[in-house]
Design a protein around this ligand. Structure first.
Ligand code: GAL
Length: 375
């Protein structure tokens, strides 16, 4: 996949300098090698870290940050990605448990498909932390660590309105909406957050969804695959925007899909709409600085990885009922997975546009370089 090659450079982003407070003497792991053990040699694992497909750069970055942090913390970890889909992820988690993982960190492809695996973990007394994406319909998930997903959506909706106002002061505006993959429980949070901002404007007649496709189901992008978003937008443009008609804006839930819908508009010969995004992908930062994409969301991977590993270390030390994680208080209301309300530690997302990008990315050299590369 092209994106993977392009973002391999992110590996050079620098070693983790972060030292976690709980590192000394955690559960007697100080003598373990910190190397990524891999599936074949991972007996006596501390952490089984099971990640989804690399559908955006944040997942690629996570691999490096997990491996670096495990090493510096003296934790024996197996970091696995399931690029071939759900059954691969199930098998990988089964293997981690067979190899004695003492805690699991899981970023699910499909939040509803790992019930058997987390049941086995519970039976073995192995705590489970959902990473970035919530695990649904199971009691066997102990915590959730993520950016505030509903807050991401709110910021996307606000950014879209701000960009529209700047483009066509006073409105009214015609927009289209794109949602993420339905199997990722975040998609509903992103969509609902954004619609909580947009719906009042729609009700007031200031914003119209040109195609009428206004539900998450209609707007969904299976597998977060940009090809699916682009072909849906191609069809919407062909059916609803004849001649030089064009939507004023498009709500996009992340950067890969933002670039897909912008490409769709470009290829249809349209002027480019105001388009939102998420993840601060290198290519999108350039597009933002060039004025092609309007906004993205900064939710840096490194602090997320640091937070989830810090929590796992607390659990390895036998801590129960964790209420505070590096100064973030537990949210025990918002994340109902239909079987329980999962205690969540939520990091704050930040919106970035051309105007504030240099400030937002000042401490992330690779992203700052992308921002500054556009004159
Ligand atoms: C979500 C994640 C987003 C984006 C998306 C596509 O779960 O929160 O940041 O990466 O997956 O991979």
């Amino acid at each position: 996949m092209q994106i993977i090659k392009r973002i391999a450079v992110l590996g050079a982003a620098g070693a983790l300098a972060f030292a976690l407070s709980g590192c000394a003497g955690n559960a007697g792991n100080a003598d373990k090698s910190g190397d990524d053990a891999g599936a074949s040699s991972s007996t006596g694992l501390d952490l089984g870290i099971s990640m989804p497909q690399k559908t955006s750069e944040n997942w690629v970055e996570a691999e490096k940050y997990f491996n670096d942090l495990c090493k510096s913390e003296g934790l024996k970890c197996s970091v696995q990605f399931a690029n071939n889909g759900v059954s691969e992820q199930q098998n990988q988690i089964d293997t981690m448990l067979t190899n004695g993982a003492k805690a699991l960190i899981i970023g699910a492809i499909d939040g509803t498909s790992l019930g058997n695996q987390v049941q086995k973990a519970a039976d073995a007394g192995v705590p489970v932390i959902a990473y970035d994406r919530l695990l649904m319909a199971t009691e066997n998930v102990d915590y959730y660590v993520a950016y505030d997903n509903f807050g991401v959506g709110v910021k996307q909706g606000e950014a879209l309105l701000k960009g529209l106002e700047a483009k066509k002061p006073g409105g009214p505006w015609t927009i289209e909406v794109v949602a993420g993959s339905n199997d990722d429980s975040n998609s509903a949070k992103f969509f609902d957050g954004a619609m909580s901002v947009l719906q009042p404007e729609i009700d007031a007649g200031k914003v119209t969804i040109g195609s009428g496709q206004n539900t998450q189901a209609q707007a969904a992008t299976q597998g977060w695959d940009p090809k699916n978003a682009q072909s849906r937008m191609d069809a919407i443009l062909a059916q609803n925007y004849p001649g030089d008609k064009v939507p004023d804006g498009i709500l996009s839930p992340n950067d890969t899909l933002a670039r897909a819908v912008l490409s769709s508009c470009e290829q249809a010969g349209k002027t480019l709409p105001v388009v939102t995004g998420q993840d601060s992908e290198i290519e999108s930062l350039k597009w933002i600085m060039q004025g092609k994409q309007y906004s993205t969301i900064s939710k840096p991977t490194k602090p997320l990885v640091e937070s989830v590993v810090a929590l796992a270390q607390k659990l390895l030390k036998g801590e129960k009922d964790v209420k505070d994680l590096n100064g973030i208080a537990v949210d025990d209301k918002q994340y109902d997975n239909t079987k329980k309300v999962v205690p969540a530690f939520l990091l704050p997302p930040v919106v970035a546009t051309k105007d504030n990008a240099a400030e937002v990315y000042k401490d992330e050299p690779t992203k700052l370089e992308a921002v500054n590369s556009v004159k």
